[in-house]
Design a protein around this ligand. Sequence first.
Ligand SMILES: Nc1nc2c(ncn2[C@@H]2O[C@H](COP(=O)(O)OP(=O)(O)O)[C@@H](O)[C@H]2O)c(=O)[nH]1
Ligand SMILES: [Mg+2]
Length: 280
Amino acid sequence: MTEPSLLLLIPAYNEEARIEPVLRDYARYFQDQYQGNFSVCVVLNGCHDNTLAVVQRVAREFPCIRAENFPDPIGKGGALIEGLKLAPAADVIGYVDADGASPPRALHALIKLIDQADCVIGSRWLPGAVLHQAQTVLRRFTSRCFHLIVEAFFWMHIKDTQCPCKVIRRPAIERIYSSLRIADLAFDVNLLYSLKHAGFSILEVPTEWTDKIGSKVTASLFRSSFVMFLSVFRIRLIYSPFYKWLRPLRPIETWIYKKLRAPQPRPGPEDLPGADRDPP
Ligand SMILES: Nc1nc2c(ncn2[C@@H]2O[C@H](COP(=O)(O)OP(=O)(O)O)[C@@H](O)[C@H]2O)c(=O)[nH]1
Ligand SMILES: [Mg+2]
């Protein structure tokens, strides 16, 4: 039985120390175990280390791997948005982190369920999840606070919006692509709510996870959490009837993201020159 063609996106920022074994594991696993086309695109931006050279070296060994490098600080969400745009035609598009927290078989398990929904996401918070190494207590605490905010704002009943192991059917991505605006770590909420709002189905299933040392997020947890809160508030406003009245406040928003040294949200379609569209 053939499986759908898969494009795997891996956002990477200063990952020279962690990414190489992960790329090898994924390339080997999918070469051996996957009955369909498989390619990986590592999307880097603003790295100050040798990540690009490491990825290029592994790519010479495994032709299914390629790198896209953006010099600007577009953030993890921005990198995924760019990766989706550059994606060659694939039936299913997935993403995982560069640190190997999600093993290849965890991603494969999600793809096996893609017949049942438009988007299948891994969850560390559903019964049955296998946590070889759980996140730190502080990260779990901030995760649950964030979950409460997301649930209060969007009522999606998704236990783990932030698990970076997700697969989505290409037609769904194509439909909602123009509503992907959030460049920081709240990108996942942007993606999931856009899918729900457009009527696509999301299936959340327990996943396997090994938390890795060297997190960039934990190193700036307070700032990252504040930016994520700001971004989910922004998504809520985008989908509210008041959004068009808030356009004059855009420079203030830009100023706040700049002050927080956070990646700038992508201008929406309504901000494109000549465009006069309603928010999604
Ligand atoms: N392209 C890109 N990737 C990023 C950026 N920030 C984080 N990442 C990637 O996002 C993933 C998650 O980062 P990590 O520090 O492991 O966060 P944690 O697992 O949530 O603690 C990794 O693959 C990082 O390389 C960024 O600004 N740009
Ligand atoms: Mg990590």
